[in-house]
Ligand binder design. Structure first.
Ligand SMILES: Cc1ncc(COP(=O)(O)OP(=O)(O)O)c(N)n1
Ligand SMILES: Cc1nc(C(=O)O)sc1CCOP(=O)(O)O
Ligand SMILES: [Mg+2]
Length: 205
């Protein structure tokens, strides 16, 4: 399956986003049909060190068993121990050029939230772009200003062939707008991790 298809339903989470066992939440999301997962263990209440690694290993194993793409957020040190398929970074993280030279064959995703960031970005060395926050979000405390689906349209126009996902405040109800604007996939955290029925949300997304 090509990357655009594999990024279609992209769950991102760490234990800090989960009101119950993250392993169970991922199992249910996989049963509902997610195609990609990002291990984003960061921020208030997140696990560190061995505990972080141990949870990452359990989530990685599940993704492998079900052929779900497994991406690590930010932490390049975890890529090899978790045998991740790739890494996602933002503008304030490790440079994508450096990552590309360290991981020539891994998937590299980069966040772009506005024109100024785009100007500074080496889009040519990454495999996909994460655009957002499309809508308002309270999950990421340092999220930038919501950019709307117009930002997706703009990026799609500029980069017709680059895999593109929308993130930030995405729900079952508004996910269609993100895809109609030209995204290949939608990323969600809270809409899935806090759902009463995770599997149902994943399948309807
Ligand atoms: C797919 C995807 N898109 C954007 C982000 C945000 O990355 P970043 O700006 O580095 O912020 P943090 O997630 O690290 O807080 C993402 N993680 N994934
Ligand atoms: C991790 C993250 N990155 C964003 C960006 O705009 O780059 S918004 C965000 C949080 C998304 O969480 P929710 O689906 O609960 O709104
Ligand atoms: Mg980051």
């Amino acid at each position: 399956m090509n990357l655009r298809k594999r990024l279609r339903k992209y769950l991102i989470m760490g234990s800090q986003n989960c009101p119950r066992d993250p392993v169970k939440i991922l199992e249910e999301a996989i049963a509902g049909g997610i195609t990609a997962f990002q291990f984003r263990e960061k921020g208030l209440g997140s696990l560190k060190g061995e505990d972080k690694l141990s949870l990452g290993q359990k989530l990685r194993k599940l993704c492998r068993q079900h052929d779900v793409l497994f991406i690590v957020n930010d932490d390049s040190v975890l890529v090899d121990p978790l045998e991740a398929d790739g890494i996602h970074v933002g503008q304030e993280d490790m440079s994508v050029k450096q990552l590309r030279s360290t991981f020539p064959n891994k998937i590299i995703g980069l966040s772009v939230s506005n024109e100024a960031e785009l100007k500074e970005s080496s889009v040519d060395v990454v495999d996909y772009l994460g655009a957002g926050p499309v809508f308002g979000t309270s999950t990421k405390l340092d999220a930038k200003v919501a950019v709307g689906v117009e930002w997706i349209e703009k990026l799609r126009g500029m980069y017709p062939d680059v895999p593109l996902v929308g993130i930030g405040g995405v729900t079952v109800r508004n996910s269609g707008l993100v895809l109609e604007a030209g995204a290949d996939g939608v990323c969600v955290i809270s809409a899935m991790t806090y759902a009463d029925d995770v599997r149902d949300v994943a399948s309807r997304l």
